[in-house]
Design a protein around this ligand. Structure first.
Ligand code: DGP
Length: 209
């Protein structure tokens, strides 16, 4: 050891709505805990915080807000949890996070905001050690069920979001074919996550972007 305390890994799941992110997060959390790892599961947006309650009302179409305002609220929602995330990471807990800044930028850019402007307020948030991007053809999403009445839950919108996501990938990203059996997907993701956890132990946490 070089004197650094082992830190946890920041693992993020991204992908279009209904691509299976929440299911894979849950399965991965259970799997890693069963192996004895210290794991916390976080989902964005976290609808329980002060910003989260407004976001929830917006997504359920109870209120309307300018694109810029809701963008900044989604970002603030991540900042509300940023200190807690850093503390957990430096204390050796691995975080499995369902959506992150990439969703923030992809959804707002799809609505017409400038991509670089959208990235601005995300600057300084902890940088993921690995992003698993669950790939599925948005037209196949319609058959998965669960497309409800919330904002953005249309195939047309999701196809546009997908194009922006692809502009955001960096070397932390891995594309996962999400149109397979959930346990096959889990095995691929879990094998990679275990390697990332090992590699991060002695690496300093960095920040976006
Ligand atoms: P979810 O709870 O993961 O189903 O997300 C709810 C919806 O909000 C979904 O359509 C994706 C969208 N969303 C998630 N994060 C963000 C964000 O940071 N910014 C924007 N504009 N939309 C987001």
């Amino acid at each position: 050891m070089n004197g650094l305390k082992s830190r946890g890994a920041l693992i993020v799941f991204e992908g279009c709505d209904r691509s299976g992110k929440s299911t894979q997060c849950k399965l991965l959390v259970e799997h890693l805990r069963s192996l004895g790892h210290k794991i916390e599961h976080i989902s964005f947006p976290d609808r329980t915080t002060e910003c989260g309650k407004v976001i929830d009302a917006y997504l359920k179409k109870k209120i309307d807000l300018p694109h810029e305002t809701i963008h900044l609220l989604f970002t603030s929602n991540r900042w509300e949890l940023a200190n807690k995330m850093k503390q957990l990471l430096v204390n050796g807990t691995t975080l499995i996070v369902d959506r992150y800044s990439y969703s923030g930028v992809a959804f707002s850019t799809t609505k017409g905001l400038d991509l670089e402007w959208c990235k601005g307020p995300e600057t300084g948030l902890p940088r993921p050690d690995r992003v698993f991007f669950l790939q599925i053809n948005p037209t196949a999403l319609e058959n998965r069920g669960g497309f409800g009445n919330e904002r953005f839950e249309t195939t047309d919108f999701q196809e546009k979001v997908l194009k922006i996501y692809k502009q955001l990938h960096d070397d932390s990203w891995v594309y996962i074919d999400a149109f397979r059996d959930r346990h096959v997907i889990l095995k691929e993701i879990a094998d990679q996550t275990l390697k990332v956890i090992e590699k991060c132990k002695t690496e300093k946490l960095s920040t976006l972007w």
